[in-house]
Structures are given as C-alpha cells and as structure tokens.
Design a protein around this ligand. Structure first.
Ligand code: B12
Ligand code: SF4
Length: 423
C-alpha cells in the first residue's frame, strides 16, 4: 500500500501583491511545511510506502500510483487543497484531509474528500490507513489531544532537499490563552502539553545532523509554566554540550519579552537564538500601542530595547486592521519602528481565520466580505474594518511595506536569510 502526502501551495505577501517586489528587499526564504505531514509519516506503519509532494515547489497534481492521497492544509492553502482533492478523486483516488482548516471547517472540506480528520492526526492515523486499505474510509475522524510522550520524532527528513530554510522545532502543543485571532487553543487544545525533553533534543539533533536550522515556533515557551521549563532545559542541554543550536528564529510577543528576565534572554542568545519573530496585534500591548495609549507605547519600546540589549534581532510583525485602527495607525507604527530602531519588519492585514474567536465575532456582526480562502493569508482584506474602508486598509498595508523599506535600502545588500522572512 502507498500513501501520497501533499502540502498544497498558497500565496504569500508578494504572491498576492506583486507590487511589493518593487520596493521591498526580497529574499527567497522558504518556510518549511508544518510538521503535520512529518508527524503522520512518523506514525505510518512500515508496510505503507510514503511519497511526499510540496505543491509550492512543483504542481502536485501529477499522476500517482498511491492508494491514498493525504492532504494537509491551513487556511491560506484551503482553496488549492480542496481543488487538489477534487482532482485526485476524479483520478479515482481515495482522499483524506487534515490540518488547521479541515479541523476548523470540516463541513466545508467534506464534499471534496472521502474523509476529514479533525484535530491532531496521530490518534486516528493507523485507523485511517486500515480503513483506506479496506476501502471503507469513514467520512469523519476525530482525534483528541495526544499524549506527547507517545509520539515518534517527526519525519522531517521527508522535507530535506526541498530547499526549506528552516523547520519547526516543537517544545509543546496547545495553549491556555485565548488570543482572539489565534487558532491554536481550538485546533490543538486549550492546555499546554510538553514533549519529553529527549524528544525535543531528538528533534534538534536530527536537524543538526542534516545541517538544517530549527525555528522555535510556539510562543508558549516564554510564559512561566511547563513549556517554559522545557525550552529552558533545551537551552541548558545545548549549553552543557558547549555548542549553540542552529535556530533561525523564536516566536514571541511583546508582553512575553517584557515578562522575560534579561538573564533568560541572555541564556537564549547563548544557546543560539539570534532572532525573534515578534508577532504583534494578538496581545494587549501592540493592540493599544499605536492608537494613543502612551503606556502601551512605552512598554512596546521597552520590549524592543530589551531585544537589542540581549543581542537578539527583533524581526517585528505589525498587524493592521484591528477594530481600534484608523487611517493614522500606519503612520504611528512607522514612527514607532523608526524610534525603536527596528531593522526588519513585516506588515500583515488582520485576518479573521475560520474558527477563531475573531471569526465568530465578525460573522455575527456580518462583517465577513467573502470566503475566498486563498485570500485569507494576511495579505488581503477579507472583512469590513471598523474605522476605515477595506481599500484604505489595504492601501495602509502596502504603504507600510513601502515606507518602512524606503529608508532601509541597505537591507538589499544583506545575505539571503538576513533580509525579510515569510515574504
Ligand atoms: C511553521 C508555520 C508556518 C510555516 C508553514 C505553514 C503551515 N502550513 O503551517 C510558514 C512559515 C510558511 C507559515 C506562514 C504563515 N503562517 Co504559519 N505557522 C506555522 C506554525 C508556527 C507551526 C506549524 C506546525 O508545524 N505545527 C505543528 C503541527 C504538528 O501541527 P498541524 O500542522 O496542525 O498538524 C497536526 C494536525 O493539524 C493534524 N494534521 C495536519 N495535517 C494533517 C493531514 C492529515 C491527512 C491528517 C490526518 C491530519 C493532519 O495532525 C497533525 C499532528 O497532530 C503555526 C503555529 C502552530 N503551532 O501550528 C503557524 C500558523 C499555522 N500560521 C498561521 C498563519 C496565519 C501564517 C501566515 C498566513 C501569516 C503569518 N504572518 O504567519 C503565513 C503564510 C502567508 C504569508 N502571508 O506569508 C496561523 C494559521 C491560521 C489558520 N487558521 O490557518 C498559525 C496557526 C499561527 C497562529 N497562531 O495563528 N507558517
Ligand atoms: S497567540 Fe500564542 S499565546 Fe495567544 S492563544 Fe495563540 S499560541 Fe496562545
């Protein structure tokens, strides 16, 4: 038996807005696929042959002798994912889909596939394969929070050689916070679960052996609690070995930087964290900082200064389009970026991802403009903003990229990987 895993493509900022290429110093950063496929491949019994296709690199719709096609997609890739599902079914293949979008919107995906998996796939994957072998897939499988002490190391080797610049290095899954724009507490679990230390170190070691970089994606590692302890133990292990880990970036937010001691930031830096992917817009500091709240603005400046003091580059992601944002917000963001001496930034349009608290609120307020999922990628306006028109919001997003990079032409001279990410 054979399973073909497919990672459908999606548009990033420049894909949706080609004009950005004229004024943003580009690089060819290619983020790894999510660990979803690698995690399921690791749980696939040895009597199943595995093939993997990354649709971002070459169209994944070519012929296949697989018995089962398994698609993994988040919202920006959902339109393409469902088109691929239709295509493979027309070829007579059995098709199963899982990931963030199928978990949040199973009824939307169901007409395109034989089976939808809701939740973390490991718990039902063996059953899905057995049912596919017997040609009796069930329309829906549900898999609750997984005991992370039972899962094997993800088969990231499947992704090697495809040109990805880094690979997610997971310390934990789930989150107990309820940030309105975030999918994770619903998709994974509203509680943090940590991987055993050996698993986390094992993930790092398999990347290091392959000469690959990891990215610490879960911002939960910066809160006091189990995930923080695990991340700290990972850093200790690296430091005890007298080495540094190859880490491309660590995800974090402003309140987390403020809550983290300089001692811990110094430890992270010594262990190999040279850059933060500093996500804004989800948290109380950035939600208020650019709209007249002087206290929040000072806190945001302090957060950036702490990064600079620790020698960790704050690659800052500004989210525009929140309900308090008006036509002056972009200027205030730029002023902040200049004053705080931020060297690298990305700009994103607030996007109500299906199933998140923000989505439910905007649906109830009848403010969703369309359900063209390929445009749900932080690079298009898909809802009616509160204090400006959709066109004004899109214009503000484009001008943020243009104005920020207008004064930073030197970035074009930096080596690839040190310019922008996720562009
Ligand atoms: C690595 C990463 C990326 C990578 C890869 C993309 C991807 N598909 O995830 C890159 C760098 C490309 C990326 C880009 C973006 N990302 Co991103 N990213 C992540 C991150 C940090 C880790 C993904 C991961 O490895 N997860 C771990 C694996 C194990 O989880 P999983 O994929 O959900 O898989 C499990 C289940 O879903 C299920 N499953 C998954 N696939 C399948 C398939 C089958 C067949 C089955 C049975 C089961 C199954 O089983 C798996 C194992 O339990 C997540 C946060 C997170 N923790 O998930 C955000 C996240 C996925 N990203 C997000 C967003 C918004 C983006 C961007 C749009 C914007 C941005 N600024 O980040 C951009 C892309 C567009 C742009 N404009 O550039 C959101 C998704 C929102 C949504 N509802 O879809 C997330 C959830 C962050 C968040 N907190 O909101 N991202
Ligand atoms: S943004 Fe981070 S802290 Fe907030 S709910 Fe999502 S994972 Fe948790």
């Amino acid at each position: 038996m054979k399973v073909l895993f497919v990672y459908p493509s999606f548009d990033r900022h420049a894909g949706s807005n080609p004009e950005l290429l004229e004024f943003v110093p580009m690089n060819e950063y290619l983020g790894s696929p999510s660990l979803g496929i690698a995690s399921l491949a690791a749980c696939t019994p040895p009597d199943w042959e595995i093939e993997y296709r990354d649709d971002r690199l070459a169209p994944a719709d070519g012929p296949t002798d697989a018995d089962l096609v398994a698609l993994s997609f988040f919202t920006p890739a959902a339109t393409r994912g469902m088109a691929l599902a239709d295509h493979f079914r027309a070829m007579g293949k059995q098709v199963v889909a899982g990931g963030i979008f199928p978990t949040m919107m199973p009824d939307v995906v169901a007409p395109h596939v034989d089976a939808v998996v809701v939740g973390e796939g490991e718990g039902v994957w063996a059953q899905v394969l057995a049912d596919a072998a017997a040609k009796r897939l069930q329309p829906r499988y549900r898999s609750g929070p997984i005991d992370l002490s039972t899962v094997p190391l993800p088969r990231v080797d499947l992704y090697f050689g495809t040109g990805a610049d880094d690979y997610p290095l997971q310390v934990s899954r789930g989150c107990g916070m309820t940030c309105s724009a975030c999918a994770l507490p619903t998709v994974m679990d509203p509680h943090v679960r940590t991987f055993p230390l050996e698993h986390v170190v094992g993930q790092l070691d398999q990347l290091t052996r392959a000469g690959a970089k990891g990215c610490l994606t879960e911002d939960t590692g910066w809160f006091p609690g189990a995930a923080h302890r695990r991340m700290s133990e990972l850093f200790d292990t690296v430091l005890e070995r007298g080495s540094t880990a190859a880490i491309s970036y660590a995800g974090i937010s402003m309140p987390m930087i403020l809550a983290t001691s300089m001692t811990f930031l110094a430890k992270a830096k010594s262990a190999g964290v040279d850059m933060f992917y500093l996500v804004g817009g989800f948290d109380p500091v950035t939600m208020k900082a650019f709209n007249g709240d002087a206290k929040a603005l000072t806190r945001a400046q302090t957060a950036i200064a702490k990064c600079h003091d620790a020698g960790i580059e704050p690659y800052t992601s500004f989210l525009i389009g929140l309900d308090d944002d008006d036509e002056g917000t972009a200027d205030r963001m730029l002023e902040f970026a200049n004053r705080a001496q931020i060297r690298k930034a990305e700009f994103a349009v607030f996007t109500p991802y299906p199933g998140t608290p923000s989505w439910h609120r905007l649906v109830a307020q009848d403010r969703i403009l369309h359900r063209n999922w390929s445009r749900y990628n932080d690079a298009n306006v898909v809802f009616r903003p509160a204090k400006m028109s959709p066109d004004a919001l899109h214009g503000a997003y484009i001008s943020l990229w243009r104005e920020f990079y207008a004064g930073r032409g030197h970035l074009a001279d930096l080596p690839i990987g040190e310019r922008t990410i996720q562009f």
